[in-house]
Design a protein around this ligand. Structure first.
Ligand SMILES: [Zn+2]
Length: 265
């Protein structure tokens, strides 16, 4: 992806945060990994409704600005903590969606797994990172939480969501707010009945196989197929796709079979 396209995406998702009512004033921030220890970021002290591609800055892995007009936001350390802990993460979004943030400031946990699909998407419940002083202390407190979860509540503060790209981080933030609304209703109706503990390991296994969470780098990937002009090396179990052979398997069939066998392992 070009730098220009990446900056446009950061601006687009920043604006979406404001349009959804998940930020006010200068709240919220969005970053994307650019590679080579560089990150595209929304600038500080701006309404997310007003962030354009030309406003997006680039910072290094210490949070110092490399390019752009604006200044880095003060919570950049939280984003960098996530990127250090999670090589699979390429986008981080922080916002204050009202219902989830209500849980965070009330000190009410969202850590009970409520819906099976959410365990696959986010991990086993949404943990709350205890409040701590901004800066290095907050980063140190956050680090262990982002290893096993793709979204966390920041105690007394808001929500942080991570993703392989901006779309995934945004959808996870959306899911946290949605689950918070469900939890709020469930509490009014007598309380949450969490997903049975016996089911959790299989949901986490499904999460791992789907390539989500910290397991993402180990996730099964589509095999590298060879469009053959020569036979596969002796002893190789690589299937060779040869369009000239009448009985050669269809490429999509080979990929499907490989993925199925990988998922069974
Ligand atoms: Zn905040």
């Amino acid at each position: 992806m070009s730098d220009a396209r990446r900056r446009a995406e950061v601006a687009e998702y920043a604006q979406r945060l404001h349009a959804r009512g998940w930020v006010a004033n200068h709240d919220g921030n969005v970053t994307v990994r650019e590679g080579d220890g560089r990150f595209a970021a929304t600038p500080t002290a701006t309404s997310k409704a007003a962030v354009g591609a030309e406003d997006v800055i680039t910072v290094d892995d210490s949070g110092a600005k490399i390019t752009g007009r604006g200044k880095p936001f003060s919570e950049i350390g939280l984003h960098l903590t996530v990127y250090r802990a999670r090589p699979d993460v390429h986008a981080v979004i922080h916002a204050h969606p009202p219902t989830a943030t209500g849980f965070a400031v009330a000190g009410v946990s969202l850590s009970e797994p409520m819906i099976a699909e959410a365990v696959v998407s986010l991990g086993n419940g949404i943990p709350t990172v205890p409040p701590s002083a901004p800066g290095p202390a907050a980063c140190q407190t956050l680090a262990p939480f982002c290893a096993g979860h793709d979204a966390v509540l920041l105690g007394g503060h808001g929500v942080l969501a991570l993703g392989a790209d901006l779309e995934q981080a945004y959808l996870r933030l959306e899911l946290v707010e949605h689950l918070a609304k469900i939890a709020l209703v469930a509490r009014q109706l007598g309380g949450i009945r969490p997903v049975a503990p016996a089911v959790i390991p299989s949901l986490l296994e499904a999460r791992r196989k789907a390539g989500l969470g910290i397991a993402a780098p180990e996730a099964p990937t589509a095999p590298k197929l060879v469009v053959a002009c020569a036979p596969a090396p002796p002893g190789s179990d690589v299937q060779v796709y040869d369009p000239k052979r009448v009985n050669s398997k269809d490429l999509a069939t080979i990929i499907r079979e490989e993925l199925e066998s990988a998922l069974k392992r």
